[in-house]
Design a protein around this ligand. Structure first.
Ligand code: HEM
Length: 402
């Protein structure tokens, strides 16, 4: 549920990433801000800043001295500095600062290395086939609801060893954590209760009956010879479900939404499959789904911006990816763009751990879609819905098939 709020008058002084104008089409807003006010401000959410140039997004993402990742999702409250365990935060490693961050991240790295991800490709391909085959010969498919939303949800559920039948609940969890951010704090706390209960139940099942999956991997992991703290395991499990689902769902949805509007590019990818890796990087750049937040540690002047302790920073990797200082023709999607050092997976120490998995899922999802449908186009370009909040992606887009 969205709380009714005054509309934004000027994004330079009153920005809101949940404003309907931003949700529908943020690109002109960022282009305007980059020219007029490259680090925008708002009093909403208790005070927040928005850098829109690549250089500022990069500088802040790399600056762990002045900015903390204690919490990375902007809301109306601020988690206390001591809750839960200060060095790790609620969802390690994304909520951890140095030096603990490196320990929590190193622990997870083997599970997301290319060698570890490879075996999941077959599962993903069969899943895509199972989702798409019923639509062969049909006239329409919703690329988000019928396809994209299921892929990362079922892949990550498989990886962590949670029941595939619970996939709808995982998307509800993601909605609560990432989208319903403008609700009052008390309601947010209440909404988190079922999430905690669900994860505790699954973790306890794995303690009683260990398996060959990511949950048991975490339960067996050690830091300096000691098992992980229960809050660490819980927080990382929640992170994997949240980070693994709507990010990749959004990236797959946006890629297909783009191709549905550019049939000649879809055909080019069918004819020249070797272009797929470049096209995927370009979809990631142009439709980067993920914005992440930081909190200002102490009062601090950032290039003339008087930042106050506990002000939010909305790190817009998507805005950085459209900066003309760094990318030629940034608002054009060029599927064989050669130079493309985009920031979709973040910059600095928190760079995405799941990028190999995300790229594999995107590639397989697009390949399987293109293989089945010779032509597809958006049924009604005005009837497309996008998510609200820090992760942006298509949530409804019906395409005509054939
Ligand atoms: C296209 C899909 C994805 C995009 C665009 C994306 C983007 C990002 C970004 C921008 C960050 C940096 C956050 C920050 O600076 O605070 C990040 C971190 C992270 N991502 Fe992803 N992500 C994607 C998919 C995934 C998947 C599938 C997983 C695994 C389940 C995953 C796991 C993580 C983790 C664990 C971190 C935290 C790393 C750290 O703090 O060191 N992501 N992601």
């Amino acid at each position: 549920m969205t709380i009714s709020k005054p509309p934004v008058e000027d994004f330079a002084t009153d920005f809101d990433h949940t404003d309907p104008e931003w949700v529908a089409n943020p690109f002109p807003i960022w282009d305007d801000l980059r020219e007029r006010c490259p680090v925008a401000h708002t009093e909403r959410y208790g005070g927040a800043w928005l850098p829109t140039r690549y250089a500022d997004v990069s500088a802040i993402a790399h600056d762990t001295e002045h900015f903390t990742s204690r919490t990375v999702v902007i809301g109306n409250g601020r988690p206390g500095e001591d809750a839960p365990p200060a060095p790790m935060g609620v969802a390690p490693p994304i909520s951890s600062d140095p030096p603990f961050h490196a320990i929590a991240r190193r622990l997870m790295q083997p599970a997301f290395a290319p060698k570890a991800i490879g075996p999941y490709e077959d599962f993903t391909r069969k899943l895509c086939a199972r989702l798409l085959d019923p639509f062969v010969g049909k006239s329409q498919i919703d690329i988000s609801k019928d396809y994209a939303e299921h892929i990362p949800t079922l892949v990550i559920a498989h990886m962590v060893g949670f029941p595939q039948e619970d996939e709808e609940r995982f998307r509800e969890f993601v909605h609560t954590i990432l989208e319903a951010v403008d609700k009052p704090v008390e309601e947010r706390i209440e909404d988190f209760q079922p999430i905690m209960e669900y994860f505790e139940a699954r973790i306890n099942e794995h303690i009683e009956d260990p398996r060959d999956d990511l949950t048991s991997f975490l339960l067996n992991a050690e830091i300096a010879g000691q098992p992980l703290a229960p809050e660490h395991i819980f927080g990382t499990m929640v992170l994997l479900i949240v980070a693994g689902i709507d990010t990749t769902w959004s990236a797959i949805g946006s890629s297909l939404w783009h191709l549905a509007q550019h049939p000649e590019e879809a055909q080019r990818l069918r004819d020249e499959p070797e272009l797929m890796p470049l096209a995927i990087e370009e979809f990631l750049r142009a439709y980067a789904p993920v914005n992440m937040a930081r909190l200002v540690k102490e009062d601090f002047d950032y290039n003339g911006c008087p930042m106050k302790k506990d002000d939010w920073i909305l790190l817009s990797f998507p805005a950085a990816n459209r900066d003309p200082e760094v990318f030629e023709d940034p608002d054009q999607v060029i599927i064989d763009r050669k130079v493309n050092r985009h920031a979709a997976f973040g910059l600095g120490i928190h760079r995405c751990l799941g990028s190999n998995l995300a790229r594999m899922e995107m590639r397989v999802a697009i390949e399987e879609f293109l293989a089945r449908f010779d032509s597809f186009s958006l049924a009604d370009p005005d009837d497309v819905e996008f998510s609200q909040g820090q992760v942006r992606g298509v949530r409804k887009a019906v395409v005509n098939l054939g």
